[in-house]
Write a protein that binds this ligand. Structure first.
Ligand code: CA
Ligand code: ZN
Length: 296
């Protein structure tokens, strides 16, 4: 099995990044990743303003997927996530929803062992592994890895976890997949501006889907289908995620727009992935069993 080292990274997603790793359609492989600070915060004396932000928020890749062509969909199945023995959460002025209340930067190192993040004495958090960044080359432009979009990237979505399938719209030959930003635990919103940021490794499988097209990412879990959209504005992000889900329901059920729209309203939930990146990320959840859904 191929293992891709964490030292080959991109800082932005675009169509002209040179691929550094190569996989076949259907291949299972491992990607090693640093945390979102590129490993700079090793202990609690190192604060967020001390680090080199130019090497933050990078992603490992690009990974060229043989057989992927523009307008295909790349399915990335997350099979396993292993974490380094510690994670970090920083606070710093302006960071997160209440960033104006932070006067002094502060770093907390959180040991990880036995399936838990040991946050404080008596507060041991079961791991909720997730990948903050997973994306492919966008249809146009050069988009920093910290910014989510129609190509995926920094969606900070907690349902992008072990067992999930992430569906991404391919814009360029080879797709140019890149991943990173593992979190040992994170709640919806990423409210203080970070999850429990950790290095680690991800076992994943890629599959190229032909004859189907996506505008934006979707995610499939054991019991749900999700559309995902990112925008600066709440209404705009929700609108895009809802529109994607109605289109998906029409395609899967054969219902008319008014009926698919009603079905959405009766059974689906809008959820917030994160409200701390430049663009905020929203998702719509549809229950698979009730609506006989699965795949895209
Ligand atoms: Ca992130
Ligand atoms: Zn992160």
């Amino acid at each position: 099995m191929q293992v891709f080292a964490k030292d080959k990274v991109i800082f932005s997603f675009n169509q002209t990044n040179k691929p550094v790793y190569f996989v076949d359609d259907g291949e299972i492989f491992t990607v090693e990743t640093d945390d979102c600070y590129s490993g700079q915060i090793k202990n609690e004396t190192i604060k967020r303003p001390d680090i080199d932000i130019s090497i933050m928020d990078c992603s490992v890749g690009p990974i060229y997927v043989n057989g992927a062509e523009p307008d295909d969909v790349l399915c990335v199945e997350i099979l396993k996530i292993d974490f380094a023995p510690q994670g970090v959460m920083v606070t710093s002025k302006g960071l997160g929803v209440l960033g104006e209340k932070i006067t002094e930067p502060n770093t907390k190192i959180i040991p990880i062992s036995g399936g838990y993040a040991h946050f404080a004495p008596g507060i041991d958090l079961p791991l909720t592994p997730m990948m903050g960044v997973i994306g492919v080359a966008p249809r146009s432009g050069d988009i920093h890895c910290a910014v989510p979009g129609d190509h995926g990237s920094n969606m900070d979505t907690k349902i992008i976890t072990v067992g999930s399938k992430v569906y991404l719209p391919v814009a360029v030959k080879g797709a140019l997949l890149a991943v990173g930003d593992l979190h040992a635990c994170m709640g919806d919103g990423e409210l203080s501006g970070t999850g429990i940021e950790t290095a680690g490794k991800i076992l994943m499988k890629v599959t190229v889907l032909k004859g189907t097209r996506l505008e934006r990412p979707m995610v499939e879990t054991a019991d749900s289908m999700y559309t995902i959209a990112s925008a600066a504005d709440f209404k705009e992000g929700v609108h895009a995620a809802v529109e994607d889900m109605v289109n998906y329901l029409m395609k899967k059920t054969g219902l008319s727009f008014p009926d698919a729209y009603r079905l959405l309203s009766a059974t689906c939930d809008i959820q917030v992935s994160q409200v701390v990146n430049d663009l905020h990320t929203f998702r719509v959840r549809a229950p698979k069993a009730l609506l006989h859904l699965g795949g895209i």
